[in-house]
Design a protein around this ligand. Structure first.
Ligand SMILES: [Cu+2]
Length: 281
């Protein structure tokens, strides 16, 4: 799994932007540190005790020096603020036509990742953390919700963290640009199993992403794997017949063809199909 030193190898376009801000801060801090240490060592060497008994010149104030000492730090802070503000505004802007959309819902103590319009929803548990699959080099818009209390969605490799607050959805764009698997977790202490509130992010080529979505949708739709529209309605029916019923629910046209499309072999009898159709909403 990647992401050990994400500041050196960020894995999204937005993170590369933020790394630029970090580099500006780091370089500024280095220059200031070098200046301060130079003054300290100069003073230590130049004014060290050589056994003189005479006091050095004493003065109470030096107005030009004091003004310089206020103005220079102020200019540095304003410059850093400007760099941060410009990058954050551009990073927070939402793209009008994202390639993909993901609804992320935090809850005590795991996550649900849903792909609106694609019939795919993945819910994790503390024992079985979910996986968020994203297309590489494509913009994904994330809608972040909380089902209960405050959580925080954090992907270190993307240098990205955003709070999940109940009643206040957050929206942001991510454009992963390095294929790989990255760790993610909740970074807001939210209770007993907070430490287990982890997930992984798998970044794959866009074509693989589309294939994964189709496979996952078919599995969920027709084979009862967290069927999005409810559990099978025929308790006494076989697994194959229940799959057919779920298939009917997934495909509102309620024809025979979706069953074949879903890979359900054979056809139920006319009477059974009619009963299934009545049972499906
Ligand atoms: Cu949490």
């Amino acid at each position: 799994m990647k992401g050990a030193m994400p500041i050196l190898q960020p894995a999204s376009l937005q993170a590369e932007d933020l790394r630029g801000v970090w580099m500006v801060f780091f370089a500024t801090a280095c220059v200031i540190a070098a200046f301060v240490y130079a003054l300290i060592f100069y003073s230590l060497l130049r004014w060290r005790d050589r056994g003189q008994t005479k006091m050095p010149p004493q003065f109470k104030q030096n107005v030009p020096l004091e003004i310089t000492g206020v103005v220079i730090p102020l200019l540095i802070v304003i410059g850093l603020f400007y760099v941060t503000y410009v990058r954050e505004v551009s990073n927070d802007a939402l793209h009008a036509n994202p390639y993909a959309t993901v609804d992320v819902k935090a809850f005590r103590w795991s996550w649900t990742f849903s792909y609106p319009g694609r019939n795919v929803s993945i819910t994790g548990t503390p024992q079985s953390p979910p996986e968020l699959v994203l297309p590489a080099n494509k913009l994904t818009q994330v809608n972040l919700y909380s089902a209960d209390i405050d959580h925080s969605f954090w992907i270190p490799a993307f240098l990205f963290k955003r709070d999940a607050l109940p009643g206040f959805p957050n929206h942001f764009d991510l454009t992963p640009n390095k294929i790989g698997v990255y760790p993610g977790n909740c970074s807001e202490f939210c209770g007993l199993d907070h430490a287990l509130m982890t997930f992984t992010v798998r970044v794959v080529p866009a074509a693989d992403f589309e294939r994964w979505l189709s496979r996952r949708a078919t599995a969920q739709c027709c084979h009862g794997e967290r069927a999005p529209l409810g559990a099978p309605v025929e308790p006494r029916a076989s697994a194959r017949q229940n799959a057919a019923i779920v298939g009917l629910r997934c495909h509102p046209e309620r024809s025979i063809s979706p069953l074949a499309k879903c890979g359900v072999e054979g056809r139920p009898s006319g009477a059974r199909l009619a009963r299934m159709s009545r049972a499906a909403p």
